[in-house]
Design a protein around this ligand. Structure first.
Ligand SMILES: NC(=O)c1ccc[n+]([C@@H]2O[C@H](COP(=O)([O-])OP(=O)(O)OC[C@H]3O[C@@H](n4cnc5c(N)ncnc54)[C@H](O)[C@@H]3O)[C@@H](O)[C@H]2O)c1
Length: 337
């Protein structure tokens, strides 16, 4: 598969490193509006660089593209790729507002595109096993879900100026909760703490409940306030309780504990651990699923419909925080949140 990556910041550079080593791919080019950034990585990975997505599509013969720009810049490269009939993997979230998301979904659907959306928990073997157990009836009927995603305050520095805590971080757990609960989401109630994030219109921390149409409930807790000395750079958890069993997933270090002269750490082994021979973890598995499913003509692991449902819950949570009341998902259907 002849593939290019658009947006070569933190996550796009990891996409490029993974795809450059993928046996079924030729990494043809990188694109970033910071042309020097794209050029430096392209020189290292042995491909061409562009400073503009239109120029990339004009010059290169491609089969596929990944779009890892900030979500405010997701729409245009995705639509250009869809017009050329390319397979595509879009980073989550899909836009800054539900109205933006709905515009992107409508435009891509009109062009017949069926992109994968990079909800990487589906690439984490623990979550993949949980989904299999749930599908086989191993937890019975779901009753309650608890999900936690606590980052350090480095998240505020990097992300609060252009995105927000719910759209960038908790959306992973929301999408997974929707994927393992049988019934659709019905209502949310969310409360937020706003301190360091006040200048950005974002939240330092959010606690939220979600009720499903079959009466099951979920509780979410997320923040980016812990000090950078926190041993695990990200402290996530996902507990699924059913009337026939439960699945509990804890942490991102998968049990590794490292003591050195400089301190104690629990490095990331789940999301994108970097080894001498490349990038591993859920991100690598998610990209591999995109490549292998695209080549086999199979539908994406997470497509536009599932992504839009998660985006609607995020929008409902923001609405609930702003209005100080429970919000029904039906209120989000207008897409104006
Ligand atoms: N799936 C995941 O686990 C995961 C993890 C991290 C980030 N993300 C998502 O990926 C997106 C990017 O996050 P990041 O941390 O890599 O941000 P980043 O700021 O590190 O990188 C974004 C890059 O996109 C470039 N860019 C901006 N507009 C562009 C355009 N129109 N065309 C080409 N390049 C453009 C910027 O110059 C920058 O290099 C965000 O939406 C974020 O939520 C997803």
């Amino acid at each position: 598969m002849r593939i290019a990556v658009i947006g070569t910041g933190l996550i796009g550079a990891l996409h490029a490193r993974i795809l450059a080593r993928h046996g079924a791919c030729t990494l043809v080019a990188l694109c970033d509006i910071d042309a020097d950034r794209a050029a430096a990585l392209a020189a290292e990975l042995g491909c061409r660089a562009y400073g503009d997505a239109a120029a990339l599509f004009e010059a290169e013969e491609l089969d596929a593209v990944t779009v890892a720009t900030p979500e405010a810049h997701r729409h245009d490269p995705a639509v250009l790729a869809a017009r050329r009939g390319l397979k595509m993997l879009l980073e989550k979230p899909l836009g800054r507002t539900l109205a933006d998301v709905d515009r992107l979904v409508a435009d891509l659907s009109d062009l017949g595109a069926d992109p994968a959306v990079n909800f990487i928990l589906h690439g984490d073997p623990r979550f993949a096993r949980m989904k299999e157990i749930v599908a086989a009836g191993g937890v019975g009927r779901t009753v309650s879900t608890f999900a936690r995603r606590r980052g350090t305050r480095l998240g505020i520095e990097k992300y609060a100026p252009w995105t927000d805590l719910l759209s960038s971080t908790l959306i992973h757990d929301i999408e997974m909760a929707l994927s393992v609960n049988a019934a659709p989401a019905e209502r949310v109630y969310a409360e937020a703490v706003v301190r360091a994030c006040a200048p950005y219109g974002s939240h330092d921390a959010v606690v939220a409940t979600l009720r499903f149409a079959d009466g099951a409930v979920a509780l979410f807790e997320t923040s980016w306030v812990l000090p950078p000395t926190q041993p695990e750079p990200l402290d996530p958890a996902f507990h699924l309780i059913g009337d026939g069993g439960s699945v509990v997933i804890e942490g991102s270090s998968m049990g590794i504990k490292v003591v050195s002269e400089t301190g104690y750490s629990q490095p990331d082994m789940a999301h994108w651990p970097i080894f001498d021979d490349g990038v591993g973890g859920a991100l690598a598995r998610s990209l591999d699923a995109f490549v292998t499913r695209s080549l086999a003509g199979q539908p994406p692991l997470v497509g536009l419909g599932a992504a839009r449902r998660a985006e609607a819950v995020v929008a409902a949570m923001k609405h609930s925080i702003a209005e100080g009341r429970p919000v029904a998902l039906a209120e989000m259907d207008g897409g104006d949140a």
